[in-house]
Write a protein that binds this ligand. Structure first.
Ligand code: ATP
Length: 936
């Protein structure tokens, strides 16, 4: 029944809260479920789509107000909260006051450019994070027009009927209509850490929030069970809306690496300022320089040396990594994961749906004395059952087995655009298709055997049971689950004549082993007759599932994903071990592992082995085994810990509510976007939009690229600054004419900050990025090779700028022209060095290297244009005291740049040949060896 919108609007204060009246004031918990539905103008079949739209317009979206944003102005001003910037501004004021207007203007220019660049970069990074938040917008399962549908949580309205299961975050305040074994963790609301038992019966009107068992409140987490509830309040009218205006933390842009760089930057700034003060004292005290000139120069040096733009450039590098990962279907929830992914040494992955397609098709039906092969693929009910020789029709006991699969089942099949799709669990969908292939009328059978109670499937107990009333007043319990589990609960088996005889476990174990060895996923089916339907709401409990009669087993094929096989091969060549951790049967898992090429000879451990091993033994087992079968979530947690104790960096996938602890424990927790529960997604750092193993590997490759790019940014920035500064400091110490003026030093710093430094953030992965072993997680960013590079390149830059300066003086040029040539030389050196640094692991003299990327080409074009203006535009000449450089000198400058590039390439080649630095090791062409061989 759906009340017209008008009557709802005109309803009493008891209708869904359209005002600010708290939902609690309506005491929904004290109403009977039917009365609540009636008051909401809703029905147990859910709202119609039209009605939902009308209500959404009236009540607004089901969202809490977003956290207040830092205003753009505040963000801009925060760019000036930096000791160095304040120091620079003070210098500008001083210079201005003393009449050095050009110096003052240039300093202010540098400061402003820095602030604008920092502001824009931060904005970009925030935009990237916003886009991710939108991609992670949660969905809820509801009934609309009597059908199950997924809708964005923001579109829920009062009156919607919501379906809940274990792992769901309750999307709005609900009055429960039906609850089965429902346990809800309400810690966010009540602080109570023990999950509350919920049921649909009304409770006392004056019950405290924590005692309202008939309600499920928005933001709380379903720990176990299943339920349906009607939405009574949304958005800020919910209980959580009253307590806090904000749900879910806002992603912060700080990562351990950034913190490290920030701390380094701060120490380095102090060091520079102290060095500059000493230099100033030396110039004025010892060499008798004019104090203002000396001050201006040391300020410029300090500005050049301090990599003030570095944290901003690194933030943007991370943000670009996040965007690229999202494009490859891996959504980053916490930024540090981007860094950790690059160092991952072991990926522990689920099997079903991640390594395999999770598109199940029943392929064999085994009842006593009959093995029936089933043809067809996908969920289309097209295919035939190959009956055993001598059987004209489907034997009755096999038919009962297939019926059991259809009734102990929540899935539905529907045709969409000519294709058969499953709504629910894929294995259950396959059972519906099987029933249809066997010629059963699925809808009629289900209607004829109404379900009166159930025990939902849970990875912990590995079976599902349903209770059905029979026409003669008796009842039947149907069970399906992991075959060993069902076997263990059975005492008899059904034979071909419909008779129950004692169970023959060996016969079934052989049948299960045969199917599993073929890589099939196997389910066992059993039943028990009860003389009458038990009374009471929760009629069925675990104690009833015993003394079953085994009906048979069914094998399903779930082919490996083609791209997963390729991704596993990539991992092996990248020195990353892949371990399959699955709830499935050991033989099935081993067969799939072999198909995927997980290891030459996959070593299989079972959950029982994990239980039997001490922590110490488990470390060895975790290293050796590449398949863990019949595991539960607790085993996962122990395996992660064991691997971490072996100094591995572990990425772990998960989807269930009980996977949250191991996802949190792993260095990178990866949740499934489709089949993952809210609990798993919230615990994870990364969510896979397509549940696909290959996406994890793509994310690892992006993670490695991000780290490479950060190193490139640093490898480029530090020596570029260092060379320039060394030249000035050496000239000052030796009492020589300075090779650059203060505004010129600042000019170089400014144009480089806005252009060249940034482009390295956009670098695509170097070829061979997945043929290197993982980096050591504890490796310092400034590795011995980087320090060597900073020193060598700084010296080369110094030599280049001094060389051109003296050459110009030697040719009889004016000091002004010589200085202009020095500035141009530094720019040219930096451009050439940029091309060198783009490939840290291979030759840069390649067509690919010379072609660059659009970002590189744009930045180089910008710098060249700016530099030409600096040299030839009259107004620039007036501002910077520069002179037009003659052609021959221009050629000499280019030659210096080229010579420097050639020298650095030779250096890279020699260092690689001699194997001086481990990190320069050439990419391995095949998967033959790895530094962590024992793990792959
Ligand atoms: P993975 O952990 O790789 O996703 P999985 O899907 O096999 O593997 P679980 O979902 O934990 O792992 O399932 C464990 C076992 O429980 C399965 O191997 C199967 O035997 C049984 N099972 C799975 N789904 C159902 C279901 N809907 N009803 C009954 N039994 C099931």
């Amino acid at each position: 029944m759906t009340m017209p919108a008008a009557s709802l609007a005109a309803g009493s204060a008891d209708t869904a809260p359209s005002s600010d009246t708290p939902a609690a004031a309506h005491a929904w918990h004290a109403l009977a479920a039917d009365a609540a539905l009636q008051r909401l103008g809703a029905s147990g079949d859910g709202l119609s789509a039209d009605e939902a739209r009308r209500r959404l317009a009236r009540h607004g979206p089901n969202e809490l107000p977003a956290a207040a944003r830092v205003s753009p102005l505040r963000r801009f001003l925060s760019q000036f909260q930096n000791a160095l910037i304040l120091f620079l501004l003070a210098a500008a004021v001083l210079a201005g006051a003393l009449g050095h207007l050009v110096d003052a203007a240039v300093i202010v220019g540098v400061v402003l450019v820095n602030a604008v660049v920092g502001f824009v970069q931060e904005g970009k990074a925030e935009e990237a994070m916003d886009a991710l938040r939108a991609m992670l917008a949660p969905h809820a399962r509801v009934l609309r027009d009597g059908h199950r549908a997924q809708v964005p949580v923001a579109e829920l309205v009062p009156g919607d009927v919501v379906l809940l299961e274990a792992g769901d975050r309750v999307p709005a305040d609900l009055r429960l209509l039906r609850a089965r074994g429902l346990l809800v963790d309400e810690a966010v609301l009540t602080g109570e850490s023990v999950a509350s038992v919920k049921h649909e019966g009304p409770v006392a009107a004056d019950a405290a929030l924590g005692d309202r068992a008939s309600m499920a409140y928005s933001g709380t987490l379903v720990a176990a069970g299943q339920a349906q509830g009607v939405v009574v309040a949304t958005g800020r009218h919910t209980e959580i809306g009253h307590i806090s205006s904000l749900l879910g933390s806002v992603q912060s842009l700080v990562t351990p690496l950034l913190r490290q760089i920030d701390a380094f930057g701060r120490r380095f700034t102090l060091f520079c300022i102290a060095g500059a003060a000493l230099l100033f004292a030396f110039a004025v005290g010892v060499q008798g320089a004019a104090w203002l000139d000396a001050l201006m120069v040391v300020v410029a040096i300090a500005v050049s040396l301090v990599p003030e733009g570095l944290p901003a450039v690194i933030t943007i590098t991370l943000a670009i990594g996040v965007r690229r990962m999202a494009a490859r279907r891996a959504i980053v929830r916490r930024l540090p994961a981007v860094e950790t992914l690059g160092a991952t040494t072991v990926i522990c992955s689920d099997k079903t749906g991640t390594l395999t397609r999770n598109e199940m098709t029943a392929s064999r039906v085994v009842a006593e004395g009959a093995v029936i092969a089933v043809s067809g693929s996908g969920y289309a009910p097209v295919g035939a059952l190959e009956l055993p020789p001598g059987c004209g029709a489907l034997p009755a006991h096999a038919r009962r087995l297939i019926e059991c699969g259809l009734l102990c089942n929540d899935a539905q099949l529907a045709q969409q655009g000519g294709e058969w799709k499953v709504d629910g669990d894929p294995m259950e969908g396959a059972l519906v298709a099987l029933a249809m292939k066997a010629g059963l009328d699925a809808a009629a059978l289900r209607a004829g055997h109404p379900r009166s109670d159930e025990i939902p499937f849970d990875a912990q107990h590995r079976f599902m049971a349903t209770l059905h009333a029979r026409a003669d007043g008796s009842a039947e319990l149907l069970v399906k689950g992991a075959p060993e589990r069902v076997l263990a609960m059975s005492t008899g088996q059904l034979d071909a004549h419909g008779q129950v005889r004692p169970l023959q476990p060996a016969q079934w174990e052989a049948a299960i082993a045969e199917a599993a060895a073929a890589g099939e996923r196997v389910l066992g089916f059993a039943a028990r007759r009860l003389p009458a339907l038990p009374d009471g709401a929760d009629a069925l409990d675990f104690g009833d599932v015993r003394e079953l009669v085994l009906l048979g087993v069914i094998g399903f094929i779930d082919p490996p994903r083609a791209e997963a096989t390729a991704a596993v091969a990539d991992c092996r060549s990248a020195g990353i071990a892949v371990k399959m951790i699955t709830g499935d049967h050991a033989a099935t898992a081993a067969a799939i592992a072999a198909q995927l090429g997980l290891a030459e000879q996959p070593v299989v451990a079972t959950g029982a082995d994990v239980d039997a091993a001490s922590d110490e033994e488990l470390r060895g087992l975790a290293r050796r085994a590449s398949v863990f079968a019949r595991t539960n979530p607790e085993h996962k947690l122990r395996v992660v810990r064991a691997l971490q104790a072996e100094s591995q960096v572990v990425a772990m996938t998960g989807d269930g509510v009980n996977d949250a602890p191991s996802l949190k424990q792993a260095d990178v927790g990866v949740a499934m976007g489709h089949k993952g529960t809210d609990a798993a997604k919230e615990a994870a750092q990364i969510v896979l939009a397509d549940d696909n193993f290959a996406s994890i590997v793509a994310a690892v490759s992006e993670g490695r690229t991000v780290y490479d790019n950060i190193r490139k940014v640093i490898a480029w920035t530090l020596p570029s600054n260092g060379g320039e500064v060394l030249a000035i400091v050496a000239a000052m110490m030796l009492g020589l004419t300075l090779p650059m003026t203060t505004p010129q030093i600042l000019w170089i710093n400014m144009i480089l900050t806005i252009s060249l430094g940034l482009v390295l953030a956009f670098e695509p992965p170097e070829p061979g990025v997945m043929q290197r072993p993982p980096r050591r997680p504890d490796a310092p960013l400034l590795s011995p090779f980087m320090l060597w590079r900073v020193a060598v390149v700084s010296l080369l830059f110094m030599a280049g700028s001094f060389g051109i300066f003296f050459w110009a003086m030697h040719r009889g040029h004016s000091v002004e022209l010589a200085r202009t040539m020095v500035v141009n030389t530094l720019c040219v050196l930096e451009i050439f060095y940029l091309f060198n640094v783009r490939y840290l692991h291979m030759r840069s003299f390649t067509w690919r290297g010379a072609r660059g990327t659009p970002a590189v080409l744009a930045a180089v074009a910008l710098v060249v244009a700016a530099q030409l203006a600096f040299t030839y535009a009259p107004w620039m000449q007036r501002l910077f005291d520069s002179r037009a450089v003659p052609l021959v000198d221009g050629a000499a400058i280019l030659a210096i740049g080229l010579a420097c590039m050639v020298l650095l390439e030779i250096e890279k080649a020699l260092l690689r040949r001699w194997g001086v630095f481990e990190e320069l090791a050439a990419p391995r062409p095949s998967s033959s060896s790895s530094t962590r061989e024992s793990f792959t």
